[in-house]
Write a protein that binds this ligand. Structure first.
Ligand SMILES: [Zn+2]
Length: 185
C-alpha cells in the first residue's frame, strides 16, 4: 500500500486495516476489477487516451466537435479537462513532455501522430493544454515550431493555472478559467 502514489506509511496502514475489516467478497471483487482493468486497458488508436477498445469513447462520440483538438500530456489530463464539462472537442495525448535529461525527446512522444491527424484537415483549432512547467514550456515551444506549417488557430491555456502547477490537480473552476483565458501562441 505504501508504494501507491501519495500514500504514506500511516495511510497505508489505515488502508490495510480497512481491507481486513471488509468481507472476503468485497476484497475479491476489488482485486478482480483491478486485474481485469489492467489486463484489458489499452491506448486508443486515434487519440492515445486509455481505452477498452481500438477507439476510445470520446473518439467514437459523434456528438463531439470534430474541429477542435485539445493536446494534453497524459491520459489523466483528459479526465481533468472532461471534469470541467466545458470542452466538447477531441483530444490528442502526447504520452509525456519533452525532458532531455530524462531521455524524453520529441521522437518518443506522439507528435508525428499529431501531425498526421492535423494533415487530415478536419481541425480548425488546437488547444495546447500543457502543464506550465519547464518540461511543459519546452514541449510548447517544440509544438509551436511543428504546428507553424499548419494554418490552424493555436491557443494555450493561460489564465488561472499557477506557474509550476499541474493540470491534474487544478480544480474545475481554475481549469475552466484557463480554457476561457487561452491565448494565441
Ligand atoms: Zn480516442
Amino acid at each position: 500500500m505504501a508504494k501507491l502514489p501519495s500514500v504514506g506509511k500511516k495511510s497505508a496502514q489505515r488502508l490495510a486495516f480497512h481491507f481486513l475489516s471488509q468481507t472476503q467478497d468485497v476484497v475479491d471483487q476489488l482485486a478482480e476489477t483491478m486485474v481485469r482493468t489492467r489486463r484489458n486497458i489499452r491506448y486508443c488508436d486515434t487519440c492515445f487516451n486509455i481505452s477498452l477498445s481500438e477507439r476510445c469513447h470520446i473518439c467514437s462520440d459523434a456528438g463531439r466537435d470534430e474541429h477542435v483538438l485539445c493536446v494534453v500530456s497524459e491520459p489523466r489530463d483528459v479526465f481533468s479537462v472532461e471534469r470541467t464539462h466545458h470542452y466538447h472537442g477531441h483530444y490528442h495525448v502526447l504520452g509525456g513532455l519533452i525532458s532531455p535529461l530524462d531521455g524524453i525527446h520529441p521522437e518518443v512522444l506522439r507528435i508525428q501522430e499529431l501531425v498526421e491527424r492535423l494533415r487530415s484537415g478536419t481541425f480548425t483549432e488546437i488547444i495546447l493544454a500543457i502543464n506550465p512547467t519547464v518540461e511543459g514550456d519546452a514541449t510548447l515551444l517544440y509544438l509551436n515550431s511543428v504546428l507553424a506549417s499548419f494554418q490552424i488557430k493555436t491557443t494555450k491555456l493561460a489564465y488561472g493555472l499557477p506557474m509550476g502547477g499541474d493540470i491534474e490537480y487544478a480544480d474545475e473552476l481554475t481549469l475552466q478559467q484557463a480554457f476561457h483565458g487561452r491565448t494565441g501562441i
